[in-house]
Design a binder for this molecule. Sequence first.
Ligand code: C2E
Ligand code: MG
Ligand code: MG
Length: 673
Amino acid sequence: MRVKRARLVKLGLLGLVLALALAAAYTSSLIVQQQQTLREVSRYNPTWLVSQAALEISRLEGLTMAALVPDSGVDEDDVQLWFDIVMNRAQVLESGELAGLVSASPEFAAIAAEFRRTMRVGQAIMEEPATPGRLRRLHALFGALNAPMARLAAASNTHGGELAAQDRRQLGNLHWLFASILGALTLCAFGLIGALLRRNRLLAQARTKVEQQNRALERRDHELLAQNARIFFMAHHDALTGLPNRLMFHDRLQEALMQQRRWGDGIALLCLDLDHFKQVNDTLGHPVGDMLLKAVAGRLRECVRDGDMVARLGGDEFAVLQCGARQPERASELAQRIVEKLGAPYDLGGDRAVVGASVGIAVVTPDLCSADTLLRSADLALYRAKADGRGSFRLFESGMDEQMRARRTLERDLREALAQNEFEVFYQPVFHLQGQCVSGFEALIRWRHPDRGLIPPVQFIPIAEELGLIVPMGEWVLAQACADAVTWPGDVMVAVNLSPVQFYSPGLVAAVRQALQRSGLPARRLELEITESALLQDSKTVLATLHELRALGLRTALDDFGTGYSSLSYLRSFPFDKLKIDQSFVREMAYRPDCRAIVKSVLDLAHELGMTTTAEGVETEEQLDQLRRDGCTEVQGFLFDRPRPAADIRHWLAPGADGSVLRRGGGVRTETV
Ligand code: C2E
Ligand code: MG
Ligand code: MG
């Protein structure tokens, strides 16, 4: 807008300058004209001409007179010469400025006419033969012309003066006009300079503005580029861990497969997920869960070599792409490294957690060479690893697809099982070594599948945990075990296993209280077995739950002791009533001195801490003897009896039944699993 106005002003000024320039040109032409006039005035000055003419006539008159005087030195020729001069003058006076003067007044016109007539008469006389009379007549003729010529000269003088005054006035006016134009031109020049300066300032401002705008545009371009890069990064990476996401992993896998087709390199795909991640999230909260995922990502990065790619596919699922020869050996080595490294405890800002990892591996073969089939195969292998016991890895095998389908069917059936009353509780006796009596029974769930018969818990409990079915299932076992135990005589205990998932469920304490109330079983006869894996997090929540349970009056046992990480710290922070030594140590203690040493140390430790001990999986007399010698409180195992339905354990409750079995070993023959 401002620039437009400045342009208008500039155009106006230019128009004005143009007009003034025209005016100046016009004035100049006037001045030139005037100068011309002045020049003419000076050249044909009528006053001077008329005076000259008057003088010349007077001279001619004098000469005619002198020619009459003998020896005057003036002769006829001189008269003739001056006559010619006057004649010439007469012709000059006929034209130019004098003609104007003559026509201005009748008197002057009469004088001029007289002058012309005199000259004509003089001409005629001059042509006559030279006689004194001719000279006298000439003298008289021109003498008569003296007075009118003097008047004409005077009049001409006056007229010339007037003309000169008029010219001076005009020149004066022109001078003022010219000065005004010059002044106006100077003003215009200043105006133009001002306008130019203003225009330059505006231009400079506009340039600065344009530069600023350009800089802003450049900045915006950079920002857009950075934003695009950020968007690209975000679209291809996981925001939490910074690892490539599923999309990018899939792209890289496709690329690697294309290269593999060309160069024939080996490719292995490792899919892994964390065991018990949900527990960490549920008990320690999502921020700690996030910290754990970041720590896992960090450890995974440390496990792989340059050129391998680690990605987070979602949740607690990760994947590794390993390229290069020597497959599947290298992939197996990597999987082993990952399982070991991820299984070590995590310190998560004060909270401690242990999560394992299961890994499934698929290696490219001619039949297995598309990204999707590789991913699916690695996934199947992962499922297999989890089903076979967590914290391990499996290589994909062709039959896994079928196994997967079978597992899906099992999952479907498991969802129905509780409603269909397909679960049963079996009981395995626990013997008190000193008392030589059955001190209690461990309740162990069984699934009586309509087609597949009796299914042991290791086959369906991990699935139930994954599907979340373990909570209602565990509550059912608890209620059933309490209801069965209340029918047993004396103080015979019942031990119920708690799944880690169930342990962290919010309704656990209420469910235990309800089972006790409904059955009428005294709380002191109930023992809850918690596996080490349930206590993976050293958190206040875990301790609070343990204290709440103990406040109900029941006993707590740490099951499978020696298989996890956190045992000792838990023994310090929570006083369990019992330690159950894992059967793996018991099984091998007879021929492995290290296992014997561990068992002995655990028994001593428990004794020192005021806890009772149960050795699980006692199968031989030798094991029994050793355990007795080492001071174990209780034993449990196939040496005495396998788990049986409630109806088949009655004989253990008859007085005197236990002592003999402890001496002999072996149990009653009924259905066992
Ligand atoms: P666990 O609590 O350590 O139970 C002991 C397991 O060892 C039982 O296997 C039992 O049958 C087996 N066992 C006992 N004596 C011997 C022996 O001398 N030799 C051998 N080889 N095995 C022996 P089971 O019943 O198959 O249970 C396996 C695991 O499943 C249990 O280990 C427990 O962790 C879990 N489980 C069983 N029932 C339940 C349940 O109701 N709820 C939960 N959450 N878990 C359960
Ligand atoms: Mg147990
Ligand atoms: Mg056990």
